[in-house]
Every structure is written in C-alpha cells, then in structure tokens.
Design a protein around this ligand. Structure first.
Ligand code: MCN
Ligand code: CUN
Length: 787
C-alpha cells in the first residue's frame, strides 16, 4: 500500500485529515533530541558489570584494580545502595526488584556493580577489571519446573517461585457446558519470549543540583510522571524537587514503561558526586536485561455444538515472569487483560486460570505492543476457533460469522466481565473477504492441493481492549486511571497544549493538534504540543495500552470544549449580542443571521487577555483530568495467504489484508502507519523472533546478529482497509489503534500456515515458524519434495 498524504500540516485540520506529521521534520533532518544526544557540562558516564551466571551467590567483589585506572571516579555496589535504601525498588506492577544485588544474582546479564568514569570507554574498561567471585547455584528456567516443590527458589526475598494465581469466569457453568458439548477442541500453545527491539536502547542522565536540591533526570520513559512519583517515594526527595524529562524517544512499544536499575544508580551517583551522570545501555546489554514480553504457556479448550455454535471456553496459563516484574498484587488484573480472551465471540461461559512463575531469566515484562496479555489472549482464541473450524470441517470464515457477537448486542457484557463498547465484527470480516477474494482463494487452494502444492489461508478476527482505563475497571496497581490535557491560548491566538502522555513515535504532536484544531478552528501550525516534562506538563499516567487517544485525546477534546464555552461568552460581548444568539463555526463566532460580521477565535483570544467582559476572568485556557467511563474495544479482521515451498519449508506470505476498526479516525495516515508498523513487528513474531535460554539460563544470542527483526524486504505488501464503528462513550467516537495489528495478526499468520498443512495431519506449530521447523514437519509427514 502506498501512503498518500494529501495535506501539508498547515491550516485548520480536524478529524480525518491526512496531514503530514509535524514532528517528522526534526527527525528527518536528524535534529531529534534523544537522551544520548544530551551533553551537560561536567558530565560523567556509568557502565555496569553484569552477571555471567543466571543464578549465583556473590562471594566477593574486588574493585582495587579498577579503582586505579585513570579516569575512574567511583564504583557503586549493592551494599552501598542498601545503606541508602535503594538496593531494591518497587516496580510499577506491584512487585519489587533489585537495583544492584547484595547476596546473589538471579539472571544472566543482571547489573552487579556500577562504575562511574570520565568517559564511557573508561567506564567499560574499568568494569572489565572488577573481579566478582561467584558461587554458581542451580538455576531454573522452565516455569513449570519452577513451580514444583523441589525447584531452586529464584528470589532471595521470597520462599516460593509462585508469583500469583489468578482466575476469572464461572467454572461451574463452563464445566457444565463442556460436558454438554458435541465437540471439544483442546490445544497447547507457547507464545515465545520476545524483546521489544526498539531503535533506541534505554538510558538516563541524572543531574543533581546541590544548591537547589533539585534532581533532574532525562530518561527514556513512556510514563515520566509515574516514574517521578516512584523516585520520590524511594529516595524521599520531595516530588517537586524531582523533574523527569522524557525527550524524544526512539520507540518504546511498552519496554520503556518500567524503572530500570540504570535510572536509579545514575540518580544515586549524581547526588553523591554532584555531577551529571549518563548511562546508556548498549544494544546487547539492552537485549539481555530489559523487560521481555510474552513467554506464555497456554492450554486452551473450546466447547461447541456440531453445527459450530461455540458454547464455552476454558484456558489455563503458566506465565514466565523471569526474576522480577511479576505482579504480586492480588488484584483482579494479575494476569493483565488476558480476560479479553473470549474475543469477538458470543460465548456463554468461560473460565481462565493464570499462574505466574519466577525463573532465572531477565524480568519478563508485561508490555510489548500490547501485552498486558491482550496479544496472548487474541492469539489463543483465534487459534482455537481456527482449529475448531478445521475439526468440524467448516470454513473458518463461516464459523466466525456464525459466532460473532451481533451488532445489536452492544454494549456487550462478555463472559469474563468486560463491557464491550461497540462493534460490528461481521462487517469487518466480510470487507476483508471481499477485498482479498476469499472464495476464489479457497478454490485456488483446492486445485493446488490436488497438485500437491501447499497453500494456506488464515483469518484472525480479533477484539482489542485499550485505553487504560476507567477507575473501577483498570485498577492494576491501585491507581484509578485518568489522563490529562491542558490547553493555553495566548493573546495572539497561538496555542501551547501539554499532556501527561509521552509519544515514542506515534505522532501525538500532530494528532493532538488536529483534535484542538477540529474543535477550536485554530490552524495546526499555531498549536504546539508538549509532552514528557514533569515540571511543565500536567500529571498523567503515560502512553501505553494504546491509551493516548481514548484518554488524553478525550481530555484534549473536553479542554477544547471548555475553552469554547468561555470563548462564546467573550464573543457575545464583542458582538454585543446574547450568548444564546451566537453561532459558532470552525473558529468563527457570529450572531445568528449575520455570518459576515464575525469574530475569530483569535479576536476572542486577544479580548480574553485585554478586554474580558465584566464578570469573566481574564485568560483563555483549560485543563482536564479525564476519567474514561470505559475502555475502548477496537477490532478488525485480518486475512493472510501463504505458499509453502515443499523443498525448503520456506513460507511466503503472498497476500495480507487488514481491515481495522478504531472508531472515528483523527489522522488516517498516522493510523495506517501504525498498523503497517505493527504488522511488520508481528511478522517478526510469527516467522523470525524468539529469545531463548539453555537450561543454565544462558541466553542464545542477545544481539541483532541472532535476533532477527524484519524489514520491508522480508515483509509483504500490507493491504489496509477500514470499517468505522465509533465508540459511544468517547467524546470524539475514537478508539485506540496502535496495538491492534500486533494483537490481531500473529494468529492470522499461524492460521494460514497450519491451514496449508492441516491435510497432512498438522494441528499446530509454535511460533516462530522458521523454515527448518516446517521442513522437519514436512519430512515427518513424508511431504518434502526433492525438486
Ligand atoms: N489515532 C488516530 N485515530 C484513532 C486512533 C489513533 O488518529 N482513532 C492516532 C493517535 O492520535 C496517535 C496514534 O494514532 O497519534 C496512536 O494512538 P493510540 O492508538 O491512542 O496509541 P498511543 O498514542 O497511546 O500509543 C501507544 C501505542 C503503544 S501502547 C505501543 S506499545 C506502541 C504504539 O503505540 N509503541 C510505539 N505504536 C508505536 N509507534 C512507534 N513509532 N513507536 C512506538 O514505541
Ligand atoms: Cu501494551 S505495550 Mo504499549 O502498552 O506501551
């Protein structure tokens, strides 16, 4: 698909306008400002010594040699942090984690000692001279084994590897329906461990000013305000003396929601030394130690009638959290949003059980576009439905159409407790089927099969859940979630708007400006959007879970409307009319019947500061902390066509159609870009990527030499389309979209490959679908061709 951009980012551009991204000019010119671009006078550099073992006792740490190296300024160990109460810190998911260990290491690549030196190279040189004596302990890397009585215990602060046990749904009712069912299909799936692989590794610069007592930290954070609060709580520095700045971020995708040891140690070092301290992870450090995603062992069962009516769903999961980042909070969301696993189907009863385990692996993060376990949930249900169709000999599209929640049932209460806001699933699937020529493809497949050729068609009709979230629903860490937007109109009609979210590439500077432009009729080039500075932006919870549009976008709309209400009063005064007689149209106010005699929003802004009407405060600004009444539930239908080479097992994705529905769209070009990006990422998930460990917890790979992320060369041409089903509770009718394709597409790829091989007796293959895996299966089934 070619991206057509019709409009420059100039003029009044509201909802649905395909304007160029305002932020791209600085990125294209190489003028972005990332953490590593920032250089402060007197700045020093921090590097870590990391553990070669997955599980080992630290017997001694000898820093003498390193200390003598010229340029070395300080060496910090866990014992030193312990004295200031910073050896452990709370994570944002209700768990706590080691900053630097005092007794033992719990995964390979873990930070052990920090070295501060005059430059980065000296810091790494000194790190290599530090001698740490370890006594290896037996590691556990398999979460099932970790949960056994006899397993070594990962954490020094716990006496079990069990992170949590969580269940949802009605077990009795579900079991009853399973007994009554004509068919029960069950299947195990392993959703492999992945790394986010953003372009910019994580890093920070901490700058403590001993005179004012203010600590400023530039960091790669998707949620700067939340980090500020955590820092204040753990350091006891008053929150108004901490300033977190997230400058430009080279991708986050969920991996930059967390607080990493480097952030904390750089802050401690800056306070201690009175100098700015920079820490930037190298690519391989980042790929070995930052938050990982997925690593979900799923066992799913689906019960149905002979005619294909789905009755019930039963899923059991073991989730591998690695050493930290397990959600110890026994809230109803320990398993994130896995309870969206009933997907797009009208299922009477469901029961899910998730058990979390600690292993001697790096922290198993929860988020990666998106996994607050939504990706795993969509994958599980879309694979199960496909297997059911094949078992019943029904067409997978027809089985889906038969079981979709019908449009008239919205708002729909799912068996696991969510109230879906709006949806029209059949419309999206039918559109995708038409666009790809579904029935012709099925015919082609039949003919090819007769000739012994392998072709498969895979569908995924997913439902997403985004917009974290309403107070009573999304109570992950005991925070009632909201989001903020502050809009200030200056006397000349120019605008600065500030938000609690933080884009990492999603185009907020453009789309937030479009929302304001839509409501206030101010040209987008007159609107500056700022995010990511806790000193200037209103408190907010950050950008993840595709929540910016559902929450901050809504907050912007509400703030703009508040301003409009005031502007109307001022306009009435200027036009010497009653407020009720004022008509407003895109940036202009006039008295009913006389559209030629108008005042612009800019006239009103000037008057607001120079000549406010009696009884009205000067100024033209508004701030909103928006409490969303519900999550939003974007959805879509994806269809993938693959051809498999019988000689090599090579899979070619011949065609891929994605029909998405995210309600009303603010900027279609940005939305399409997001979908294409996410499809490309998921192509990597389905066919290329996996982070693996041996039984001793040694990582296989851990760099881009082994961890293959796809480029435009490997990926097919993505063909996109839309249906539009507005969210009834969002002020603009918009839903989030950013993660739809990573949630929805992995099942489409795998369904297509399994569809090509089903007649050979293949029911499932775990991702990544490497050619050698396929080749081996073909060989087992006697289907390899020598040609
Ligand atoms: N949008 C729109 N109309 C809609 C919905 C969204 O025009 N109906 C626009 C928005 O205005 C915004 C963009 O699309 O500019 C994404 O909006 P939204 O879906 O609300 O998601 P967020 O802005 O909250 O972004 C977060 C999301 C997440 S959680 C991950 S993970 C991810 C993703 O964004 N990480 C990304 N996309 C990414 N893209 C880039 N380049 N880099 C990342 O790190
Ligand atoms: Cu779910 S990964 Mo994104 O939420 O930052």
């Amino acid at each position: 698909m070619t991206v057509e951009i019709t409009e420059e980012p100039k003029g009044v551009h509201g909802m649905g306008h395909k304007i160029r991204r305002k932020e791209d000019i600085r990125f294209l010119l190489g003028k972005g400002n990332y953490v590593d671009d920032i250089k402060l006078p007197g700045m020093v550099y921090l590097a870590f010594v990391r553990s070669p073992y997955a599980h080992a006792k630290i017997k001694s740490i000898n820093v003498e040699k390193a200390k003598t190296l010229p340029g070395v300024i300080d060496i910090i160990t866990g014992k030193e942090l312990e004295k200031v109460g910073l050896a452990w810190i709370p994570t944002l998911m209700g768990d706590k984690m080691m900053v630097l260990p005092t007794d033992k290491v719990v995964y390979q690549g873990q930070e052990v000692v920090a070295v501060i030196a005059e430059d980065r190279y000296k810091a790494y040189d000194a790190a290599s001279l530090i001698e740490v004596e370890y006594e290896p302990l037996e590691p556990v890397t398999d979460p099932k084994k970790a949960l056994e009585q006899s397993s070594p215990i990962v954490r020094p602060d716990k006496n079990t590897n069990l992170v949590f046990k969580w269940e949802a749904g009605n077990k009795e009712e579900t079991d009853k329906l399973f007994k009554e069912a004509d068919v029960v299909v069950s299947q195990g799936f392993y959703y492999q461990r992945l790394h986010v692989a953003y372009m910019e590794p994580v890093g920070s610069i901490a700058h403590y000013d001993p005179v004012s007592g203010k600590l400023t930290i530039w960091m790669t954070s998707q949620a700067p305000h939340v980090v500020r609060t955590v820092f204040s709580l753990v350091t006891k520095i008053p929150e108004n003396k901490i300033r977190i700045i997230s400058p430009d971020i080279g991708g986050g995708f969920g991996g930059k929601v967390y607080v990493y040891p480097g952030y904390v140690v750089s802050a401690h070092a800056s306070i201690k030394l009175g100098r700015p301290v920079k820490w930037i992870a190298t690519r391989s450090e980042d790929m070995r130690s930052t938050a990982f995603a997925r690593d979900y062992h799923i066992h799913g069962e689906i019960a149905a009638k002979k005619d294909g009516t789905i009755l019930a769903l039963r899923i059991k999961v073991i989730s591998d959290h690695g050493a930290f980042f397990g959600d110890a909070n026994p809230s109803k969301f320990s398993a994130g949003l896995f309870s969206i696993c009933t997907g797009s189907y009208d299922i009477k009863a469901a029961h899910v059980e998730v058990v979390g385990a600690h292993t001697n692996k790096p922290p198993g993060g929860i988020a990666y576009r998106c996994s607050f376990r939504v990706t795993e949930a969509a994958y599980a249900i879309e694979r199960l439905v496909d297997i059911l169709a094949h078992e019943l000999g029904m067409d997978p599209a027809e089985l889906r159409l038969k079981n979709f929640i019908p449009p008239e049932k919205f708002p729909y209460k799912s068996a696991l407790g969510w109230t879906y806001d709006s949806g029209n699933y059949a419309a999206a699937l039918k559109k995708a089927m038409d666009k790809i020529g579904y029935w012709e493809l099925r015919k082609e497949q039949e003919e090819k099969r007769k000739r012994g050729e392998l072709m498969g068609i895979g569908i995924s009709s997913f439902t997403e859940i985004v917009g974290a979230g309403p107070a009573d629903l999304f109570d992950i860490v005991g925070i009632k979630m909201f989001e903020s937007a502050e809009i200030r109109i200056h006397p000349t009609g120019k605008v600065i708007a500030r938000f609690g979210t933080r884009a990492q590439g999603q185009g907020h500077e453009t789309t937030y400006a479009q929302i304001i432009s839509e409501i206030l009729g101010i040209p987008v080039e007159d609107i500056i959007i700022e995010e990511g500075d806790t000193d200037t932006c209103p408190y907010g919870l950050g950008t993840y879970a595709s929540r910016s549009t559902p929450t901050a976008g809504a907050a912007a709309a509400v703030s703009a409307k508040k301003i409009l209400d005031k502007a109307k009063k001022i306009a009435a005064h200027l036009l010497e009319a009653r407020e009720e007689d004022i008509v407003y149209e895109k940036g202009r106010f006039y008295v009913k019947g006389s559209p030629d005699k108008f005042k612009t929003i800019q006239d009103v802004a000037l008057a607001a500061y120079t000549n406010p009407p009696p009884g009205i405060e000067a100024g033209l600004e508004a701030i909103t902390y928006y409490n969303p009444p519900n999550m939003t539930f974007p959805f879509g239908s994806y269809i993938c066509v693959v051809d498999i080479d019988k000689g090599t097992g090579q899979i070619k994705v011949r065609k891929f159609v994605a029909v998405d529905d995210c309600g009303n769209i603010i900027n279609p070009v940005i939305v399409d870009g997001q979908i294409m990006g996410a499809l490309t990422m998921s192509f990597g998930t389905a066919f290329l990527e996996e982070i693996r460990y041996d039984e001793n917890g040694n990582i296989y790979g851990g760099s881009f030499a082994e961890y293959m992320i796809p480029t435009a060369i490997e990926t097919p041409k993505w063909e996109l389309d839309k249906t539009i089903t507005p969210s009834p509770h969002h002020p603009l009718g918009a839903k989030g979209v950013d993660e739809s394709a990573t949630v929805g597409s992995p099942a489409a790829f795998v369904n297509a490959v399994v569809d090509a091989l089903w007649h050979l007796g293949v029911r499932h293959i775990d991702m990544p679908l490497w050619p050698w895996k396929i080749w081996q299966i073909l060989k087992e089934k006697g289907a390899v061709s020598d040609e």
